[in-house]
Design a protein around this ligand. Structure first.
Ligand SMILES: [Zn+2]
Length: 372
Protein backbone atom coordinates (compact mmCIF):
# COMPACT_ATOMS: atom_id res chain seq x y z
CA UNK A 1 0.00 0.00 0.00
CA UNK A 2 3.00 2.27 0.40
CA UNK A 3 1.96 2.92 3.99
CA UNK A 4 5.11 1.52 5.58
CA UNK A 5 8.86 1.54 4.98
CA UNK A 6 11.95 -0.32 6.06
CA UNK A 7 14.26 2.19 7.68
CA UNK A 8 17.97 1.58 8.22
CA UNK A 9 18.70 4.97 9.75
CA UNK A 10 20.20 5.14 13.21
CA UNK A 11 17.16 5.40 15.57
CA UNK A 12 18.24 8.84 16.85
CA UNK A 13 18.67 10.20 13.32
CA UNK A 14 15.24 8.94 12.33
CA UNK A 15 13.68 10.56 15.41
CA UNK A 16 15.49 13.88 14.85
CA UNK A 17 14.23 14.03 11.28
CA UNK A 18 10.61 13.42 12.16
CA UNK A 19 10.79 15.84 15.05
CA UNK A 20 11.59 18.39 12.34
CA UNK A 21 8.74 17.11 10.16
CA UNK A 22 11.25 15.65 7.68
CA UNK A 23 11.24 12.25 5.96
CA UNK A 24 14.23 9.92 6.28
CA UNK A 25 15.87 8.73 2.98
CA UNK A 26 13.98 5.43 3.14
CA UNK A 27 10.47 6.76 3.62
CA UNK A 28 9.71 7.56 0.00
CA UNK A 29 11.61 4.73 -1.72
CA UNK A 30 9.46 2.63 -4.08
CA UNK A 31 7.43 -0.27 -2.75
CA UNK A 32 9.59 -2.84 -4.65
CA UNK A 33 12.66 -1.56 -2.84
CA UNK A 34 10.84 -1.71 0.52
CA UNK A 35 9.87 -5.35 -0.10
CA UNK A 36 13.47 -6.32 -0.93
CA UNK A 37 14.65 -4.71 2.29
CA UNK A 38 11.80 -6.43 4.17
CA UNK A 39 13.06 -9.84 2.97
CA UNK A 40 16.55 -8.91 4.11
CA UNK A 41 15.23 -8.36 7.64
CA UNK A 42 14.40 -12.08 7.72
CA UNK A 43 17.44 -13.59 5.99
CA UNK A 44 19.98 -12.22 8.43
CA UNK A 45 21.38 -9.46 6.19
CA UNK A 46 20.54 -6.90 8.88
CA UNK A 47 21.58 -7.17 12.48
CA UNK A 48 19.53 -6.08 15.50
CA UNK A 49 18.63 -2.37 15.31
CA UNK A 50 20.00 -2.09 11.77
CA UNK A 51 16.55 -2.13 10.19
CA UNK A 52 12.99 -1.59 11.40
CA UNK A 53 9.59 -1.30 9.74
CA UNK A 54 7.97 2.10 10.23
CA UNK A 55 4.31 2.92 9.62
CA UNK A 56 3.68 6.21 7.86
CA UNK A 57 1.26 8.57 9.57
CA UNK A 58 1.55 12.31 9.04
CA UNK A 59 4.90 14.03 9.28
CA UNK A 60 3.09 17.33 9.78
CA UNK A 61 1.09 16.07 12.75
CA UNK A 62 1.35 18.71 15.51
CA UNK A 63 2.25 15.99 18.04
CA UNK A 64 5.71 14.59 17.13
CA UNK A 65 4.84 11.33 18.96
CA UNK A 66 2.19 10.60 16.33
CA UNK A 67 4.51 11.20 13.33
CA UNK A 68 5.41 7.70 11.96
CA UNK A 69 6.00 4.89 14.44
CA UNK A 70 7.99 1.66 14.68
CA UNK A 71 5.84 -1.37 13.84
CA UNK A 72 8.32 -4.27 13.57
CA UNK A 73 11.90 -4.82 14.53
CA UNK A 74 14.59 -7.49 14.54
CA UNK A 75 15.25 -9.43 17.72
CA UNK A 76 17.47 -12.54 17.89
CA UNK A 77 16.55 -13.38 21.47
CA UNK A 78 15.05 -16.90 21.36
CA UNK A 79 11.29 -16.76 21.74
CA UNK A 80 9.99 -18.83 24.70
CA UNK A 81 7.68 -20.82 22.41
CA UNK A 82 9.09 -20.60 18.87
CA UNK A 83 12.79 -20.39 19.68
CA UNK A 84 14.82 -18.93 16.83
CA UNK A 85 12.25 -19.63 14.08
CA UNK A 86 11.51 -15.91 13.67
CA UNK A 87 13.62 -12.84 14.12
CA UNK A 88 11.21 -10.06 13.13
CA UNK A 89 8.57 -9.19 15.69
CA UNK A 90 5.69 -6.72 15.85
CA UNK A 91 5.80 -4.02 18.52
CA UNK A 92 2.84 -3.25 20.70
CA UNK A 93 0.91 -0.86 18.46
CA UNK A 94 0.89 -3.23 15.47
CA UNK A 95 0.19 -6.30 17.60
CA UNK A 96 -2.59 -4.66 19.59
CA UNK A 97 -4.32 -3.19 16.54
CA UNK A 98 -4.32 -6.54 14.72
CA UNK A 99 -5.52 -8.36 17.84
CA UNK A 100 -8.31 -5.87 18.47
CA UNK A 101 -9.45 -6.26 14.86
CA UNK A 102 -9.26 -10.07 14.81
CA UNK A 103 -11.09 -10.25 18.14
CA UNK A 104 -13.86 -7.98 16.80
CA UNK A 105 -13.51 -5.64 19.74
CA UNK A 106 -16.22 -3.00 19.81
CA UNK A 107 -14.96 -1.00 22.79
CA UNK A 108 -11.44 -0.57 24.05
CA UNK A 109 -10.99 0.75 27.57
CA UNK A 110 -7.49 1.81 28.46
CA UNK A 111 -5.59 4.25 30.64
CA UNK A 112 -5.13 7.73 29.23
CA UNK A 113 -1.36 7.12 29.17
CA UNK A 114 -2.16 5.12 26.01
CA UNK A 115 -3.80 8.04 24.20
CA UNK A 116 -0.92 8.44 21.73
CA UNK A 117 -0.94 4.71 21.04
CA UNK A 118 -4.64 4.92 20.20
CA UNK A 119 -3.93 7.69 17.65
CA UNK A 120 -1.21 5.54 16.09
CA UNK A 121 -3.41 2.45 15.97
CA UNK A 122 -6.20 4.38 14.29
CA UNK A 123 -3.91 4.91 11.28
CA UNK A 124 -3.57 1.11 10.92
CA UNK A 125 -7.34 0.63 11.11
CA UNK A 126 -7.78 3.34 8.50
CA UNK A 127 -5.21 1.86 6.05
CA UNK A 128 -6.73 -1.62 6.37
CA UNK A 129 -10.31 -0.40 6.10
CA UNK A 130 -11.18 -2.03 9.41
CA UNK A 131 -14.00 -0.83 11.63
CA UNK A 132 -12.47 1.32 14.33
CA UNK A 133 -13.54 0.32 17.86
CA UNK A 134 -14.73 2.92 20.30
CA UNK A 135 -11.78 3.98 22.43
CA UNK A 136 -12.41 5.11 25.99
CA UNK A 137 -9.56 6.45 28.09
CA UNK A 138 -9.54 6.81 31.82
CA UNK A 139 -7.26 8.55 34.29
CA UNK A 140 -5.31 6.98 37.09
CA UNK A 141 -7.18 6.08 40.28
CA UNK A 142 -5.21 6.26 43.49
CA UNK A 143 -6.56 4.43 46.50
CA UNK A 144 -5.17 5.50 49.84
CA UNK A 145 -5.07 3.54 53.09
CA UNK A 146 -5.10 0.15 51.37
CA UNK A 147 -2.41 -2.30 50.41
CA UNK A 148 -2.85 -2.85 46.65
CA UNK A 149 0.49 -4.28 45.58
CA UNK A 150 -0.12 -7.97 44.87
CA UNK A 151 3.53 -8.89 45.42
CA UNK A 152 3.52 -7.15 48.83
CA UNK A 153 0.23 -8.85 49.69
CA UNK A 154 1.56 -12.29 48.73
CA UNK A 155 4.68 -11.68 50.81
CA UNK A 156 2.62 -10.49 53.80
CA UNK A 157 0.36 -13.54 53.62
CA UNK A 158 3.37 -15.85 53.50
CA UNK A 159 4.92 -14.11 56.50
CA UNK A 160 1.68 -14.24 58.50
CA UNK A 161 1.23 -10.47 58.44
CA UNK A 162 -2.16 -10.95 56.74
CA UNK A 163 -4.62 -13.78 57.33
CA UNK A 164 -5.16 -14.25 53.57
CA UNK A 165 -6.23 -12.40 50.44
CA UNK A 166 -9.37 -11.27 52.27
CA UNK A 167 -7.56 -9.76 55.25
CA UNK A 168 -9.41 -6.52 56.10
CA UNK A 169 -6.14 -4.59 55.94
CA UNK A 170 -6.03 -5.19 52.18
CA UNK A 171 -7.85 -3.36 49.41
CA UNK A 172 -9.07 -6.53 47.68
CA UNK A 173 -12.67 -7.31 46.74
CA UNK A 174 -12.36 -10.37 48.98
CA UNK A 175 -11.51 -8.13 51.94
CA UNK A 176 -14.48 -5.89 51.17
CA UNK A 177 -16.80 -8.90 50.94
CA UNK A 178 -15.50 -10.17 54.27
CA UNK A 179 -16.16 -6.76 55.82
CA UNK A 180 -19.73 -6.71 54.54
CA UNK A 181 -19.26 -4.12 51.81
CA UNK A 182 -21.99 -4.94 49.32
CA UNK A 183 -21.29 -5.34 45.58
CA UNK A 184 -24.08 -2.82 44.86
CA UNK A 185 -22.18 -0.16 46.81
CA UNK A 186 -19.04 -0.74 44.74
CA UNK A 187 -21.01 -0.71 41.47
CA UNK A 188 -22.81 2.48 42.43
CA UNK A 189 -19.52 4.10 43.35
CA UNK A 190 -17.92 3.41 39.95
CA UNK A 191 -21.08 4.19 38.00
CA UNK A 192 -21.30 7.60 39.65
CA UNK A 193 -17.59 8.31 39.26
CA UNK A 194 -17.83 7.35 35.58
CA UNK A 195 -14.92 7.10 33.20
CA UNK A 196 -12.95 10.32 33.20
CA UNK A 197 -9.65 11.23 31.70
CA UNK A 198 -8.59 13.09 34.84
CA UNK A 199 -6.70 11.36 37.62
CA UNK A 200 -8.92 10.76 40.61
CA UNK A 201 -8.59 9.75 44.22
CA UNK A 202 -10.82 6.94 45.42
CA UNK A 203 -12.98 7.95 48.39
CA UNK A 204 -13.58 5.27 51.02
CA UNK A 205 -15.90 7.75 52.74
CA UNK A 206 -18.22 7.84 49.72
CA UNK A 207 -18.15 4.06 49.32
CA UNK A 208 -19.01 3.65 53.01
CA UNK A 209 -21.87 6.15 52.69
CA UNK A 210 -23.36 4.09 49.85
CA UNK A 211 -22.86 0.86 51.77
CA UNK A 212 -24.37 2.30 54.95
CA UNK A 213 -27.50 3.18 52.97
CA UNK A 214 -27.69 -0.42 51.79
CA UNK A 215 -27.02 -2.22 55.07
CA UNK A 216 -28.54 0.10 57.68
CA UNK A 217 -32.13 -1.04 57.27
CA UNK A 218 -31.26 -4.72 57.60
CA UNK A 219 -28.67 -4.34 60.35
CA UNK A 220 -29.99 -5.31 63.76
CA UNK A 221 -28.60 -3.42 66.73
CA UNK A 222 -26.58 -5.01 69.49
CA UNK A 223 -24.45 -3.91 72.41
CA UNK A 224 -20.73 -4.63 72.28
CA UNK A 225 -18.62 -3.49 75.24
CA UNK A 226 -14.97 -2.95 74.38
CA UNK A 227 -12.43 -3.40 77.16
CA UNK A 228 -15.20 -4.23 79.66
CA UNK A 229 -15.27 -3.53 83.41
CA UNK A 230 -17.65 -5.66 85.51
CA UNK A 231 -19.67 -3.65 88.02
CA UNK A 232 -22.12 -5.07 90.55
CA UNK A 233 -25.66 -3.90 90.06
CA UNK A 234 -27.16 -2.94 93.41
CA UNK A 235 -30.32 -1.25 94.66
CA UNK A 236 -32.68 -3.57 92.84
CA UNK A 237 -35.82 -4.95 94.50
CA UNK A 238 -36.23 -7.50 91.71
CA UNK A 239 -34.67 -8.54 88.39
CA UNK A 240 -35.16 -6.03 85.58
CA UNK A 241 -35.21 -6.53 81.83
CA UNK A 242 -34.23 -4.15 79.04
CA UNK A 243 -36.41 -4.45 75.94
CA UNK A 244 -34.17 -2.93 73.32
CA UNK A 245 -35.49 -2.76 69.75
CA UNK A 246 -33.61 -4.85 67.21
CA UNK A 247 -33.93 -1.83 64.92
CA UNK A 248 -35.22 1.59 66.01
CA UNK A 249 -37.06 2.12 62.70
CA UNK A 250 -38.63 -1.34 62.69
CA UNK A 251 -40.48 -2.06 65.96
CA UNK A 252 -42.20 -4.98 64.18
CA UNK A 253 -38.89 -6.87 64.20
CA UNK A 254 -39.15 -7.12 67.98
CA UNK A 255 -36.70 -6.64 70.84
CA UNK A 256 -33.63 -8.22 72.34
CA UNK A 257 -34.49 -8.76 75.98
CA UNK A 258 -31.53 -8.28 78.28
CA UNK A 259 -32.15 -9.47 81.81
CA UNK A 260 -30.27 -8.03 84.76
CA UNK A 261 -30.52 -10.35 87.71
CA UNK A 262 -30.63 -8.66 91.11
CA UNK A 263 -27.12 -8.41 92.51
CA UNK A 264 -25.39 -9.61 89.31
CA UNK A 265 -22.74 -7.82 87.28
CA UNK A 266 -23.16 -5.64 84.26
CA UNK A 267 -20.29 -4.75 81.93
CA UNK A 268 -19.45 -1.17 80.98
CA UNK A 269 -16.77 -0.03 78.57
CA UNK A 270 -13.65 1.30 80.24
CA UNK A 271 -13.74 4.46 78.16
CA UNK A 272 -17.26 5.23 79.39
CA UNK A 273 -15.92 5.30 82.95
CA UNK A 274 -13.38 7.98 82.09
CA UNK A 275 -13.89 11.16 84.09
CA UNK A 276 -15.49 9.23 86.97
CA UNK A 277 -19.13 9.86 86.09
CA UNK A 278 -21.44 10.01 89.13
CA UNK A 279 -24.55 8.98 87.26
CA UNK A 280 -25.12 7.23 83.92
CA UNK A 281 -28.07 5.99 81.93
CA UNK A 282 -27.76 2.36 80.79
CA UNK A 283 -29.37 2.43 77.37
CA UNK A 284 -32.86 0.94 77.24
CA UNK A 285 -32.60 -0.13 80.92
CA UNK A 286 -32.38 2.44 83.71
CA UNK A 287 -30.36 5.15 85.41
CA UNK A 288 -27.56 4.19 87.79
CA UNK A 289 -25.38 5.95 90.31
CA UNK A 290 -21.72 4.96 90.13
CA UNK A 291 -20.17 4.15 93.51
CA UNK A 292 -16.71 2.69 93.15
CA UNK A 293 -17.02 -0.72 91.49
CA UNK A 294 -20.77 -0.76 92.12
CA UNK A 295 -23.74 0.59 90.29
CA UNK A 296 -26.86 1.53 92.20
CA UNK A 297 -30.26 1.57 90.54
CA UNK A 298 -31.48 5.19 90.27
CA UNK A 299 -34.89 4.97 88.66
CA UNK A 300 -35.91 5.16 85.06
CA UNK A 301 -36.68 8.85 84.57
CA UNK A 302 -35.38 10.09 81.19
CA UNK A 303 -35.31 13.64 82.60
CA UNK A 304 -31.76 12.92 83.82
CA UNK A 305 -30.58 13.35 80.24
CA UNK A 306 -31.40 17.06 80.50
CA UNK A 307 -29.03 17.23 83.50
CA UNK A 308 -26.21 16.05 81.23
CA UNK A 309 -26.23 12.38 82.25
CA UNK A 310 -24.69 10.32 79.43
CA UNK A 311 -26.31 7.28 77.84
CA UNK A 312 -23.95 4.30 77.67
CA UNK A 313 -24.29 0.84 76.21
CA UNK A 314 -23.66 -2.16 78.43
CA UNK A 315 -23.85 -5.93 78.57
CA UNK A 316 -25.52 -8.23 81.10
CA UNK A 317 -23.76 -10.85 83.23
CA UNK A 318 -24.47 -13.61 80.70
CA UNK A 319 -22.66 -11.66 77.94
CA UNK A 320 -20.56 -13.60 75.45
CA UNK A 321 -16.94 -12.96 74.58
CA UNK A 322 -16.66 -11.01 71.36
CA UNK A 323 -13.99 -9.36 69.30
CA UNK A 324 -13.83 -7.10 66.27
CA UNK A 325 -11.02 -7.34 63.73
CA UNK A 326 -10.17 -3.80 62.64
CA UNK A 327 -8.81 -2.62 59.28
CA UNK A 328 -5.41 -1.78 60.79
CA UNK A 329 -4.96 -5.42 61.83
CA UNK A 330 -5.68 -4.82 65.51
CA UNK A 331 -8.46 -6.59 67.41
CA UNK A 332 -10.90 -4.95 69.81
CA UNK A 333 -11.77 -7.41 72.54
CA UNK A 334 -14.79 -7.30 74.77
CA UNK A 335 -18.19 -8.78 75.48
CA UNK A 336 -21.52 -8.61 73.69
CA UNK A 337 -25.09 -9.35 74.49
CA UNK A 338 -25.87 -13.07 73.98
CA UNK A 339 -28.34 -12.65 71.11
CA UNK A 340 -25.59 -11.39 68.82
CA UNK A 341 -24.81 -15.09 68.27
CA UNK A 342 -27.96 -15.32 66.11
CA UNK A 343 -26.44 -13.06 63.45
CA UNK A 344 -23.84 -15.33 61.87
CA UNK A 345 -22.89 -14.03 58.42
CA UNK A 346 -24.90 -10.82 58.81
CA UNK A 347 -23.94 -7.18 59.00
CA UNK A 348 -25.12 -5.71 62.30
CA UNK A 349 -24.62 -2.42 64.06
CA UNK A 350 -22.82 -2.52 67.38
CA UNK A 351 -24.45 0.49 68.98
CA UNK A 352 -22.34 3.63 69.50
CA UNK A 353 -19.46 1.88 67.71
CA UNK A 354 -19.74 0.59 64.15
CA UNK A 355 -21.27 -1.70 61.60
CA UNK A 356 -19.56 -5.09 61.59
CA UNK A 357 -20.00 -8.41 59.84
CA UNK A 358 -20.35 -11.40 62.16
CA UNK A 359 -18.15 -14.18 60.83
CA UNK A 360 -18.05 -16.56 63.79
CA UNK A 361 -20.38 -17.11 66.76
CA UNK A 362 -18.83 -20.06 68.61
CA UNK A 363 -16.87 -20.58 70.78
CA UNK A 364 -16.56 -16.77 70.82
CA UNK A 365 -18.13 -14.14 68.59
CA UNK A 366 -15.76 -12.79 65.95
CA UNK A 367 -16.70 -9.81 63.83
CA UNK A 368 -14.96 -7.85 61.10
CA UNK A 369 -15.19 -4.07 61.05
CA UNK A 370 -17.31 -2.73 58.20
CA UNK A 371 -17.39 1.04 58.79
CA UNK A 372 -18.71 3.50 61.33
ZN1 LIG B 1 15.38 5.74 7.44
Amino acid sequence: MGKAYVCTCKPDDWRDLKNHKKACPHREQPVEEQLLRWDKMFDGSYKIEEASVMVKTDLNHPNPAIRDFVALRIDDTPHPRTGTKYRVYPLMNLAVAVDDHLLDLTHVLRGKDHLNNTYRQEYLFGYMGWKVPEYIHYGRVSIEDAQLSTSKMAKGIKEGLYTGWDDPQLGTLGAMRRRGIRPEAIRRYWTEVGIKEVDIQFSWKTLFTYNRELVDDGADRYFFVNDPIPLTMGGLDADITARAPLHPDHPERGTRDLKVVKGSNVFLAREDMNGDPKRLRLKDLCNVDVKGDKLVYAGNDLAVLKEGVRIVHWAPADAVEAEVLMTDGTTMKGVAEPSLTKSLGKVVQLERFAFVRVEQVAPAVKCVFTHR
